[in-house]
Design a protein around this ligand. Structure first.
Ligand code: ADP
Ligand code: MG
Length: 298
């Protein structure tokens, strides 16, 4: 039986069907092959949860095993974006309280079984997760063979943020091209570095090419240069994002992809190391939009 609780901190997921030597060898290999990426921003409402859902779904569709962790406390909504809200019976808090096993709290997606979701807490649950708890949870998930663990970080930079970043080796900073979001993103970049996370990439969300052309919005390149973080992708402002949120169906699942859906897929490919959809940094919008237009209109 899986054992994982506060009382047994430091203990890893143990499957009794394996012999001790098998366990340590396969678990160690799994953990080594796994990437834990925290999706963070500082400012709330910039698109962390949207990015986590769409990148996670894209990477799963590319054939990898992906676990998403909703570390947003009190404002849980990754389950809604994935349409899994009715399937969550247990959260990580229940695992830590000894109420359930990890596999009971790890909810598999209806469409892509290699995608799973773990919520840290229910909306009104008290929150007493520690950094060590988070690290052990992620280790246990990785030891199950998940190649990617994406942690959807709560807004702000308090205890929830510190806990969410503690198991990650990599971070994705999401910002919009607004000065308030950029300032918070910069602050978060400093905090990530102070906590030993040096592999950081940038996702600029809610980009409006029309406003950039009128000089009413900073370009992706301006944002990237201000922050000095390598760009993973730029996502346009798109009403389909809101529609997909309401339907509980990530954009990247649509048969006819929208601009934002293509941009998320593009970012996911780059996250797994494929360079074929590289965004042209010198003319970022032309890069993204021309490519998309070519796809749609030939
Ligand atoms: P966060 O997790 O950072 O708080 P969310 O992902 O919940 O942010 O997004 C906040 C709101 O912004 C949601 O209503 C979402 O639908 C909307 N949103 C996010 N990205 C876009 C986009 N590219 N275009 C339009 N709306 C977006
Ligand atoms: Mg969120």
């Amino acid at each position: 039986m899986t054992t994982f609780s506060n009382q047994q901190e430091g203990q890893q997921y143990i499957d009794p069907s394996e012999t001790p030597s098998d366990v340590s060898q396969s678990e160690t290999t799994n953990i080594q092959n796994s990437r834990t990426i925290v999706v963070t921003s500082g400012k709330g409402g910039v698109g962390k949860t949207t990015a986590t859902a769409n990148l996670g779904m894209s990477i799963a569709r590319l054939g990898y095993r992906v676990a998403l962790i909703d570390a947003d406390i009190g404002l849980r909504n990754l389950d809604l974006l994935l349409g899994l809200e009715n399937r969550i019976l247990y959260t990580a808090m229940d695992i830590l309280d000894g109420q359930c096993r990890l596999d009971q709290a790890l909810i598999r997606d209806k469409r892509w079984k290699n995608l799973s979701l773990l919520s840290i807490s229910k909306n009104r649950q008290r929150y007493n997760v520690t950094r060590k708890n988070m690290e052990n949870l992620v280790k246990s998930i990785a030891s199950l063979g998940y190649q990617f663990v994406l942690v959807d970080c709560p807004a702000g930079i308090d205890v929830g943020f510190i806990n969410a970043i503690s198991p990650a080796q990599e971070a994705l900073i999401v910002t919009t091209p607004e000065i308030t979001a950029i300032r918070d993103a910069d602050r978060v970049a400093g905090l990530l570095e102070a906590n030993g996370i040096y592999n950081v990439k940038l996702l600029v969300n809610r980009v409006r090419p029309d406003m950039i052309q009128r000089n009413d919005m900073m370009s992706v390149r301006d944002v990237q240069e201000m922050l000095g973080i390598p760009l993973l992708g730029a996502i346009p402002e798109d009403n389909h994002v809101i529609i997909s949120t309401n339907r509980g169906e990530p954009l990247v699942l649509k048969k006819k992809l929208t601009l934002s859906g293509i941009a998320f897929e593009n970012a996911a490919r780059r996250l797994i190391g494929k360079q074929d959809y590289f965004i042209d940094l010198t003319t970022p919008y032309k890069g993204v939009f021309q490519k998309v237009q070519e796809l749609f209109f030939g």
